[in-house]
Design a protein around this ligand. Structure first.
Ligand SMILES: [Fe+2]
Ligand SMILES: [Fe+2]
Length: 269
């Protein structure tokens, strides 16, 4: 079983910046790899409707089934709706992993949900209020992610979802997918970027990592969100995969045909 990992395609932003849709190039690459399944770990585009449009376009033009978990951009909304509305639209879509583990063969399951952040990666000297203040200044979720509850509570909900799904698949080997950073070492303090240090609290949750580390049947961990290509690394008894495409200005080349090869990974199950 061959599974292709992608994340953070940011389709509309990259269309705007490169002057053409990235979907045809990504679809051609998928056809070339010919995986049994494609997993996209969030941030396909901004808002649920646009995400769904791009997911369906990619699915049709690649001829391959996709599995998706939302990223923070996927649930961005204006004042008329809240982010749970966007989340529910994505959950109802056939590509969604939320609440319905994808069984692959008789041994494997893909388990996923969006995840969120809870400031566990803040610097030790920062209070929770420091994080809230910095979120308003540095992080656009403060305007467009509207949950009607605190970030920690959203994370609690995600942890409940992960726990339930992981317990239901305890008899299988699991590929775990969420959008956010689950481990400290992927969210280090920078000596060079003040802005990065300001936004670290919004990168993920240490509690997600602790949950999956207690689950030995989780063998692969897939995430995105941070637009730094950490690649694939061994961590204890798990493989950890981070292969985001990110924005044009973050690419190594300005050529989507080459870039998508650099920002993807195949796992054989
Ligand atoms: Fe992203
Ligand atoms: Fe993100």
């Amino acid at each position: 079983m061959k599974v292709l990992l992608l994340s953070d395609l940011h389709c509309e932003n990259n269309h705007e910046k490169t002057g053409k849709s990235i979907i045809p190039a990504v679809a051609t690459y998928i056809r070339e790899v010919a995986p049994d399944r494609v997993i996209v770990a969030g941030d396909m585009a901004g808002g649920a409707a646009r995400c769904i449009r791009y997911l369906e376009e990619l699915e049709q033009s690649s001829g391959t089934a996709l599995s998706y978990v939302p990223g923070n951009h996927s649930i961005w909304t204006d004042k008329r709706t809240d982010s749970w509305h966007e989340y529910e639209l994505l959950r109802a879509h056939h590509s969604s992993l939320i609440g319905k583990p994808l069984l692959l063969g008789d041994k494997w399951a893909v388990v996923g949900d969006m995840g969120w952040y809870d400031y566990t990666y803040r610097e030790k000297s920062w209070t929770r209020e420091d994080c809230v203040t910095r979120k308003e200044s540095y992080w656009r979720d403060s305007v467009f992610a509207r949950w009607g509850m605190e970030d920690e509570e959203v994370t609690d909900r995600m942890l409940d979802s992960f726990r339930t799904q992981l317990e239901a698949t305890a008899d299988r080997r699991v590929v775990f997918v969420n959008h956010f950073i689950p481990y400290d070492e992927y969210c280090p303090i920078s000596q060079h970027s003040r802005v990065w240090n300001m936004i670290r609290p919004f990168m993920g949750s240490r509690r997600i990592g602790e949950l999956i580390d207690a689950m030995p049947h989780v063998e692969h961990v897939v995430f995105g969100h941070v637009h730094y290509r950490y690649g694939t690394r061994r961590r204890g008894d798990k493989w950890v995969h981070c292969h985001p495409l990110g924005y044009l200005h973050e690419w190594k080349t300005n050529n989507i045909e080459r870039e998508i090869r650099l920002a993807s990974h195949v796992i054989e199950l």
